[in-house]
Design a protein around this ligand. Structure first.
Ligand code: M6R
Length: 615
């Protein structure tokens, strides 16, 4: 849950590192640091706070010279966020310096051993233990840095993406990966190291993504050498040509990435079905499904695993798969699934949903399902991510980079992919007539324009946000397909505005939460025309008679709810199973505006990080 960056080449490393860290701040932002080699010495600056604080500190405290350096932006696991616990960390001799994303689980016992040999530690981190273990191996075994890293890593248990260099041999950076991502950008006489490709995209389109248990010695003037950490076998770097472009990772005139990403949804949804949804030919083409169709058609059930917003997309998918394709579905939190000894057979298909493709619990759930014989399919946004590589097959969402910690376009594009899959399977299973299938395909094609229309309520939502920005609690209600949307709306509000919010199936309200309702309680109700409309209207009446404040998300032209609700936001009409793609939009905007009005850090909410690569 940290971002790491490194550079070795002929340019000044510092600006590359700082800019790279800013782009990686979505991965963690409680402290940051850089270490630069100036030709003789290592100059290191680190601080609690954001990369901006680091850059102020570095400018006054250290020489910014050097064409070799590493940097880190942290999401604390071991040790509170403070200056000392920030990375990079020196070894005791001061010759080695390291950055690390991950957790060394057995660091306590290693620390004890090193302590007996005279090592001292200034921080509470597992990372400082690792760099000293590498130093100890270097000394006792009299080996070069690369070999020392390899021997040390064979003694640790945990997850890591590391970059380490040696003041005495400043023509190389040694990197290694297990469980946390690590990319090497390959330029002309220069190399870049980063948690993802965003720090180096303006310098090179060529990148090597390390596999788990691989390490590399990145040496000036040499080709990258990859090795397996366990058995020293040589691995051959697969240099990929990246599709990413710079505009995609910049704010493009928006105040926040989150707002930009909300507004990108019409384009993102279109990109996600483009080339797959061929309405005029009456087909859905998805290689990941086409190549394994029998697995899906013969499956006893589909198990969906995910976390957070991706789990909410999984819940929407449960409705779609069961409703349209008549395939039984179970949706599980990956973190629970992995530890509860689930019954899995080779007749099960497991779908793992993850924006980042790096979520540790989801990865662990995949590994468990594979061990037990299930066919595993991934729905990821980040190309080449660990989950994308670990699964048997998959389909990417084409949302483009999502940088705001609060997931927005990832959610709607995940639903888009899952809808395509459900429709395809429904057709293959004969659950749909050609005309019904065609109706769905053509309606799906209208969604980007309808999302565009839903976005036009932005000003109205700002006015509503102003009324409720000081609330302490908020309830979100929905039924059927819109129950998961209620959960998602509540999560969005909680995570970026720190207002306590709960999502509930509307009919469950009377089994408990109704006790919370009084004139102070805003209740956001999704009450679109298709899908239990009359029932939801009754629920609204129950809230009204207890003086709750109602903000209703309704279908364009609705009059009945308008007469009951305090505020009404309209979305265009669509098929019931596609409504989540539209009803989500006002809820995202409402959370966004409330968070801005409360002066919260929208893109980097407290205590969170974009990808949760630790348990
Ligand atoms: O990258 P993933 O989709 O696997 O991430 C899962 C969750 O961590 C993520 O959706 C999280 O809940 C978001 N902050 C929600 O906005």
């Amino acid at each position: 849950m940290c971002g790491i960056v490194g550079y070795i080449g002929y340019r000044d490393a510092y600006p590359i590192l700082i800019k790279g860290l800013q782009r990686l701040e979505y991965r963690g932002y409680d402290s940051a640091g850089v270490a630069l080699f100036d030709g003789n010495n290592i100059n290191l600056a680190k601080t609690k706070g954001k990369v901006e604080d680091l850059s102020k500190k570095a400018k006054t405290d250290i020489s910014l010279k050097g064409t070799l350096g590493i940097g880190h932006t942290r999401w604390a696991t071991h040790g509170v966020p403070n200056d000392v616990n920030s990375h990079p960390h020196y070894s005791n001799s001061g010759d080695l310096v390291i950055i690390h994303n991950g957790i060394i689980e057995n660091y306590e016992s290693i620390k004890k051993e090193l302590g007996k040999r005279g090592y001292t530690f200034s921080s509470d981190t597992d990372t400082e233990v690792l760099v000293n273990l590498i130093e100890e191996v270097q000394k006792t075994e009299d080996v070069k840095l690369g070999k020392a890293v390899q021997i040390a890593l064979n003694q640790v248990v945990g997850a890591y993406a590391i970059a380490v260099f040696d003041r005495k041999k400043p023509d190389e950076i040694v990197v290694a990966k297990l469980g946390s991502p690590l990319a090497i950008g390959v330029g002309d006489k220069e190399f870049f190291i980063a948690s993802d490709a965003s720090p180096f995209i303006e310098f090179t389109n060529n990148a090597v993504y390390l596999e788990d248990e691989e390490m590399a010695i990145v040496r000036l003037g040499k080709e990258i050498k990859l090795r397996k950490i366990k058995d020293d076998a040589i691995a051959y770097p697969n240099i990929l040509e990246l599709q990413l472009n710079l505009e995609e990772i910049e704010k493009g005139g928006y105040d926040h990435f989150m707002l930009k990403e909300i507004y990108e949804q019409p384009r993102a949804i279109l990109d996600t079905y483009r080339g797959r949804l061929l309405a005029d030919q009456g087909i859905i083409r998805m290689a990941g499904i086409d190549d394994h169709l029998e697995k899906f058609l013969n499956a006893n059930r589909i198990i969906i695993v995910a976390c957070g917003t991706s789990w909410h997309a999984g819940l929407v998918a449960e409705y779609i798969f069961e409703d349209l394709a008549r395939i039984p579905v179970e949706v599980e939190y990956a973190s629970e699934f992995r530890y509860r000894n689930p019954v899995i057979t080779d007749k099960d298909v497991l779908i793992a949903i993850s924006q980042s493709g790096e979520t540790a619990d989801t990865l662990a759930a995949i590994k468990l399902a594979k061990e037990r014989g299930a066919f595993v399919f991934g729905v990821c946004n980040v190309v080449g991510s660990s989950i994308a590589r670990e699964t048997d097959a998959g389909a990417y969402t084409h949302a483009g980079p999502e940088i705001g910690v609060a997931s927005t376009k990832a959610f709607t594009t995940q639903i888009t992919v899952l809808t395509l899959i459900a429709l395809k399977l429904a057709k293959e299973k004969g659950e749909f007539s050609s005309s019904k299938f065609h109706e769905f395909l053509t309606e799906l094609e209208t969604i980007p324009a309808k999302v565009e229309r839903a976005l036009q309520s932005d000003e109205l939502i700002k006015v509503i946000a102003d009324v409720y920005k000081d609330s302490n609690n908020c309830l979100y209600l929905g039924r059927g397909y819109n129950f998961p949307v209620a959960l998602e709306g509540a999560l969005k509000l909680k995570e970026i505005s720190y207002i306590h919010a709960e999502g509930y199936p509307a009919a469950e309200m009377k089994h408990g939460p109704i006790a919370l309702i009084d004139e102070q309680m805003p209740v956001i109700v999704i009450a679109t025309k298709k899908g239990h409309y009359e029932k939801v209207v009754s629920n609204i009446q129950e809230i009204k008679s207890r003086k709750g404040q109602i903000i209703a998300i309704v279908t364009e032209g609705d009059e009945q709810v308008r007469n009951l609700a305090d505020h009404v936001v309209e979305v265009p009409e669509t098929l019931e199973s596609l409504t989540p793609l539209l009803t989500t939009i006002p809820l995202q905007l409402l959370s966004y505006h409330i968070a801005v009005m409360r002066d919260c850090n929208v893109d980097q909410p407290r205590n969170l990080a974009k990808s949760v690569t630790v348990e």
